[in-house]
Design a protein around this ligand. Structure first.
Ligand SMILES: Nc1ncnc2c1ncn2[C@@H]1O[C@H](COP(=O)(O)OP(=O)(O)OP(=O)(O)O)[C@@H](O)[C@H]1O
Ligand SMILES: [Mg+2]
Length: 387
């Protein structure tokens, strides 16, 4: 058949372009080509078309219906309505679909089809080209399968990371709570057992002193009593240090202020404390952790800094609570800090580990003679805004 057969037919420009493109391949057997004359009902398939459809040119029923019947049931309504649409509009379509050949083999085809209207305006013929795209489709399907598998793996990996993070945070909280419980236990032991025993000893010694007439013995007993009183005072202080009431009942700011005062009383360390206005109240666990970290860092100033002044700050930045402790003391070799394997003590390493478990971090900057500067950041996961 000649494409010139459509001369005089009513064709929109894009349909004409499609038709021209088809005519370029029409005579070659590189693609399947077909023609369906709607006026006579006759159809034409080229040799490649028979080959693609797996049909014998000698025996085959060449018709539009025969072709449509080979299309996979789930694709057929789409192709039928695409044909109906171009017959109505004298347009063209490009569709991908699957066929099942008589030998049972499934193939993916790409069909380009154009409808031609006769002089009276009624649809007169359909022209089409068919390409076998089975290889490309298999690649696409394989690609989708691999992509889906990757997405599943990726989802599993992020789920595992999220689970590990949650687990670490839970462990960090448990560690802090276990430490606190242990401190409370020792504080109670000091208060209920040690102090009460010592007070009973003082009462007994005072009773004995009243009964003793020997002046020298009385004086010795007085010294013993005051030594025991000193121990009672120290254990009372120790139990408060171990389990500060402010930590249980006050805010983090109040607890840090108390800490600053107590370091001054204990060691003569002058701590300047400042905080950003409108701070959010952190969770109880973060409050306890930050308090314990501040206690260790201030004690380090006394132990290693060689100065009796430090500044401590509390603020919020990018959703994280930030504690800073600075001193202008003797500092130390930066190689000693930041490298867990070289750090001598446990204090900083524990703060760093605990912060990491809570999703935070610690940074230290120091050099001999340049003071010691620590920044601790902990994300405020479930903080509540202060009233
Ligand atoms: N404020 C500071 N000034 C100078 N050096 C410091 C200061 N804080 C810490 N360092 C140095 O960092 C090291 C690590 O401190 P870290 O708190 O981890 O251990 P530690 O205080 O020596 O022992 P621990 O805390 O286990 O009792 C210290 O040994 C010290 O050399
Ligand atoms: Mg320390």
């Amino acid at each position: 058949m000649e494409t010139g057969d459509t001369g005089g037919a009513r064709l929109p420009r894009d349909a004409r372009n499609a038709l021209d493109a088809m005519s370029a391949v029409w005579r070659s057997d590189a693609v399947g080509t077909w023609h369906w004359d709607l006026r006579t009902g006759k159809a034409f398939w080229n040799a490649r078309m028979f080959e693609l459809l797996g049909r014998d040119p000698a025996a085959s029923d060449v018709s539009g219906a025969a072709f449509l019947s080979m299309i996979l049931a789930e694709d057929r309504p789409r192709i039928e309505s695409a044909i109906a649409e171009i017959l109505r509009t004298a347009g063209h379509f490009e569709e991908e679909f699957q066929i099942v050949r008589p030998d049972g083999e499934a193939r993916w085809l790409l069909a380009r089809c154009v409808a031609v209207h006769g002089e009276q305006g009624a649809p007169s013929e359909l022209l089409g080209v068919i390409l076998d795209i089975t290889g490309r489709k298999r690649d696409e399907i394989e690609m989708q399968r691999v992509t889906r598998a990757l997405e599943v793996r990726l989802g599993e990996t992020s789920e595992t990371v999220a689970q590990r993070t949650a687990e670490l945070q839970r462990l960090a909280v448990q560690l802090t709570q276990a430490e606190l419980a242990e401190r409370k236990r020792i504080a109670n032991l000091l208060h209920d057992t040690v102090q009460q025993t010592l007070v009973a000893a003082i009462l007994g010694a005072e009773k004995a002193r009243r009964q003793i007439t020997n002046a020298g013995a009385r004086e010795t007993l007085t010294e013993v009593i005051s030594a025991i009183q000193e121990v009672v005072a120290r254990t009372r202080l120790l139990s408060i240090q171990l389990d500060p009431p402010v930590l249980a009942h006050g805010t983090l700011s109040e607890s840090l202020c108390w800490l600053a005062d107590s370091k001054r009383e204990q060691y003569g360390l002058q701590v300047t404390y400042r905080e950003s206005p409108g701070l959010a109240a952190p969770s109880e666990e973060i409050k306890l952790f930050v308090f314990e970290a501040a206690r260790e860092l201030l004690f380090n100033v006394v132990k290693h800094g060689g100065v009796l002044a430090a500044s401590m700050g509390l603020g919020v930045q990018d959703g994280a609570l930030c504690l800073s402790v600075d001193d202008e003391g003797q500092g130390c070799d930066p190689g000693l800090v930041g490298d867990a394997s070289r750090e001598q003590g446990l204090g900083l390493a524990m703060i760093r580990d605990r912060a990491a478990m809570l999703g935070g971090e610690v940074s230290v900057s120091s050099a001999p003679g340049a003071g010691f500067h620590v920044r601790l950041r902990v994300p405020l996961h479930d903080s509540r805004a202060l009233p």
